[in-house]
Design a protein around this ligand. Structure first.
Ligand SMILES: Cc1cc2nc3c(=O)[nH]c(=O)nc-3n(C[C@H](O)[C@H](O)[C@H](O)COP(=O)(O)OP(=O)(O)OC[C@H]3O[C@@H](n4cnc5c(N)ncnc54)[C@H](O)[C@@H]3O)c2cc1C
Length: 387
């Protein structure tokens, strides 16, 4: 029978980051089990690659600041370029209430040390992104150190570095059962390729985390949420270094990657199957309409229907990650529920979860706000809608 000190279920960016951080600290009998035939078949391969520290709660801002530090050192640490380009994130408000919410979040950010985020007048918004239709804009916020990263390169960097240190990644293997012994320990992982004896188990199954947790009899309130992306044909309508531009009113946002403009609008999915990742024509028409209204030069852009895609966010009830030991089990750890921020936070979450496993608690940051038991305790995080 195969055995490992740590078995990680899920070989996306979070599972790979956990594996790397364990191996880097000398815990090398680590096996990552991934049911996809190759890396990146889950949400990580569908992410657009935004990075920001402009969040509204201290714990999310601090996770971003730790991740940012690690992304800036990523190439030295892993040998792979994470493609971190600090083009900024521009949030646009259409009324005073939205502006107030952005200002309140910015106070939290400043308190956490993100001093370079600042408030904007309507004229400042126009200066930072001249393509945006000015009518109806009252102001916004901007942080120049936010920007873009390459999700699959971060996954590759962590997986390769972890492998060099002795961790093993096994693809095409699905975890189908978790055996809990009489002492509340998950001691065996049942897979399509046999049983693996485990010292401890990490649930890094992204949007499938709730399903995997149920195998151990644990309720993890993480559910999939379809997110669609429209993409144009290559064009010169907007500059490559344009900041991520987000309209607070409805979350519509856009960015440029390799001369193609990506358009996102977080609608309420109408599909019955929560794991469905098709792109709807009705959604596509609506996101294009919003783009034409807000960024008029895009009326000249052509949508590349074949390349539009959808993927799954891994939503928790308060849109914050669940990090640490699962309540009720001795050795079952969660790194789940990042709610659409999992790539940008993966560097920090991997390091912190390795601390939980090896030291019994996270020491680099105070992440009590992410404890998995907070929902049962009636203490979820406050999560403003626009972020
Ligand atoms: C359209 C879109 C845009 C996004 N944009 C951003 C962004 O700009 N910035 C950002 O930070 N995040 C973004 N995200 C979110 C980001 O993709 C996720 O937060 C992140 O990828 C989560 O990483 P993960 O490793 O937990 O999940 P995944 O990459 O999904 O990895 C989990 C893995 O677990 C495997 N698995 C599940 N069940 C089993 C099983 N039983 N046995 C074996 N393996 C199993 C799956 O195959 C999967 O590969 C976006 C997501 C989408 C869909």
């Amino acid at each position: 029978m195969k055995s490992a000190d740590v078995v990680i279920v899920g070989g996306g960016v979070i599972g790979a980051s956990v594996a790397y951080h364990l191996a880097a600290r000398g815990c090398r009998r680590v096996i990552v089990l991934e049911r996809g035939a190759r890396p990146g078949e889950g949400s990580t391969g569908r992410a657009t690659g935004g990075f920001r520290a402009q969040f509204a709660t201290p714990v999310n801002v601090r996770l971003s600041l730790l991740s940012r530090e690690k992304l800036l050192a990523f190439r030295d640490e892993t040998g792979v370029d994470p493609g971190f380009r600090q083009c900024g994130y521009l949030f646009i408000a259409a009324n005073e209430a939205e502006l107030d919410a952005l200002a309140a979040a910015q106070t939290v950010q400043h308190d956490c040390g993100l001093e370079e985020a600042w408030g904007l007048s309507a004229e400042d918004v126009k200066r930072l992104n001249p393509a945006v239709e000015g009518a109806g804009v009252v102001g916004g916020v901007f942080c120049p150190t936010d920007g873009f990263i390459r999700p699959l390169e971060i996954l590759r960097g962590y997986a390769q570095a972890a492998t060099r240190l002795g961790a093993r990644f096994e693809y095409g293997i699905s975890v189908e059962g978790l055996h809990v012994d009489g002492r509340g320990r998950v001691d065996e992982v049942m897979t399509t390729d046999g049983v693996v004896e485990a010292g401890c188990v990490v649930n890094a199954a992204g949007a499938w985390a709730g399903v995997v947790a149920r195998l151990a009899g644990v309720r993890v309130p993480v559910v999939p949420l379809r997110r669609q992306v429209a993409i144009t044909e290559p064009c010169e309508l907007l500059p490559e270094e344009m900041p991520m531009t987000i309209f607070v009113a409805d979350g519509f946002h856009l960015r440029v990657r390799e001369r193609r403009v990506m358009l996102l609008w977080p609608d309420e999915p109408r599909v019955r199957d929560p794991f469905d990742t098709s792109v709807e024509d009705a959604w596509l028409s609506e996101v294009v309409r919003r783009a034409h209204e807000r960024v008029p030069c895009l009326r000249r852009a052509l949508i590349d229907r074949e390349r539009c895609w959808a993927g799954l966010y891994e939503m928790s009830p308060d849109k914050h990650a669940l990090l640490g030991r699962a309540p009720g089990l001795e050795n079952f750890y969660l790194a789940n529920g990042s709610s659409g921020h999992g790539v940008m936070h993966a560097p920090a979450l991997g390091q912190l979860l390795a601390e939980f496993i090896l030291d019994g608690a996270a020491t680099t940051l105070d992440v009590r706000a992410l404890r998995p038991s907070r929902f049962d305790e009636g203490e979820p995080n406050a999560a403003p809608e626009f972020l």
